[in-house]
Design a protein around this ligand. Structure first.
Ligand code: RM4
Ligand code: MN
Ligand code: MN
Length: 397
């Protein structure tokens, strides 16, 4: 690697941050069962502690996403004390994730429910989540809805669309102007298996625009059909100034929530490339929240999170190595082989030594996973939490 490539990687990493999901530290599973881990986190204190550990060894994860129902069950009242946890563990509260899918009342949907009282309850919950964000000085409220239906003809799709537009606009009106953001996530199917109210990026875009200027689209990489070109969606949303953030994970089949880059690292590289290319071309730094949305049912949760962060840094560093000026020249002349090689050469570059140097120069452990293993943290928490965890008292996810 040349010294200018090294510099490129280092300055890219200086600006790189990725948010940890609190639910990634909890005992989670598939709908067929959960395999319990002695060291899993159950309380918000434990989740902050685990996230703090990951940030200490990686240096790029200063925030932790919170799920309102799982982490702040008393809503706004639960927010008191979170500031102190943040200070104690060195990670700040990140995006606030309302939960309008788990209560019995949401059986037929939340903002899209045919019952106005249920829509109201969902909206109240969104408004409370916005207030939690204000209280915790956390900017993004990240919305994912399970709304949909399982059988043809059972719901009025047009009415539900309008109720969504109304609900999101009403929530948007509660946000602190030009500070908070509403991120609208989409997902093609599951748990609804016939129609999902916000099924794709076009629907999310339309609803975000209707909601107001502080609403943007959130792209969860697992929420696409296999053949979909995710980086094209990213490029469009960038060009429209509507890309708010990502939930990173990987998948082999559908929304598998597997470790980022474990199945198709070139996919995440291509996404990062579109962002870097946009940045180079426009001179603008898009305001995009990078977040991890993974559930590790079998892997050790903290180790899996460190592995994910390492992978994210590697793929981002590789994308930073694309020679944009050369690429733009080849694109203009339709030099297909040479243009494609710009991406392939960057992707093939081993950036690990450059990342290690970056860590050393920032006073971080050169090998985060080894540092974590040597810290003895796992043994301590497994001992403290084991009896309760293995007795099956687990949090939901
Ligand atoms: C969804 C989606 C959301 C997450 C829920 C639990 O599939 O990815 O972001 O909050 O799962
Ligand atoms: Mn997600
Ligand atoms: Mn998902």
């Amino acid at each position: 690697m040349t010294s200018s490539q090294l510099e490129t990687v280092h300055s890219a990493l200086d600006a790189f941050q990725i948010e940890l999901p609190s639910w990634g530290f909890a005992n989670t599973g598939t709908r067929f069962g959960k395999f319990l881990q002695a060291a899993a986190a159950s309380t918000i204190e434990e989740k902050f502690s685990d996230a703090g550990m990951v940030h200490r060894v990686t240096g790029v994860c200063p925030t932790v996403a919170l799920h309102v129902l799982w982490d702040l069950p008393a809503g706004e009242a639960s927010a008191t004390g979170v500031e102190q946890l943040a200070a104690q563990h060195g990670v700040r509260p990140g995006s606030i994730n309302p939960n309008a899918f788990q209560d019995q009342v949401y059986k037929h949907g939340s903002l899209g429910n045919p019952d106005a009282a249920v829509r109201r309850q969902a909206l109240d919950h969104l408004c409370e989540s916005i207030r939690i964000g204000q209280h915790l000085r956390s900017r993004d409220v990240s919305l994912w809805f399970a709304d949909g239906s399982n059988y043809p003809g059972t719901q009025n799709i047009r009415h539900r669309r309008r109720w969504f537009a109304e609900g999101l606009a009403a929530a948007h009106a509660q946000m602190t102007p030009s500070e908070q953001r509403l991120l609208v996530e989409y997902k093609p199917f599951e748990p609804a298996f016939y129609h999902t109210d916000i099924a794709d990026w076009g629907m999310a875009l339309e609803l975000a625009r209707a909601a107001g200027p502080q609403a943007k689209v959130l792209v969860d990489t697992g929420h696409h059909y296999q053949a979909q070109n995710i980086e094209q969606i990213v490029a469009w949303l960038l060009d429209l100034d509507m890309l708010g953030g990502f939930h990173f994970n990987d998948r082999r089949y559908a929304d598998d929530d597997l470790t980022m880059g474990s199945i198709d690292p070139y996919q995440a590289f291509r996404i990062f490339h579109e962002i870097r290319f946009y940045q180079w071309e426009t001179g603008k730094r898009p305001d995009i929240a990078f977040m991890i949305d993974q559930s590790h049912n079998l892997k050790d949760k903290i180790e899996a999170m460190i592995q994910t962060v390492n992978m994210a840094m590697e793929l981002y560093a590789k994308a930073a190595l694309v020679r944009h000026d050369v690429l733009a020249g080849h694109q203009a002349k339709a030099n297909l082989i040479d243009a494609e090689a710009c991406l392939q050469d960057a992707f093939a570059t081993d950036v690990r030594p450059a990342i290690e140097q970056w860590r050393a120069s920032r006073g971080l452990p050169v090998q985060p996973l080894a540092a974590y293993r040597e810290s003895g943290y796992h043994g301590r928490i497994a001992q403290q939490r084991g009896a309760r965890n293995l007795a099956g008292q687990v949090s939901y996810a």
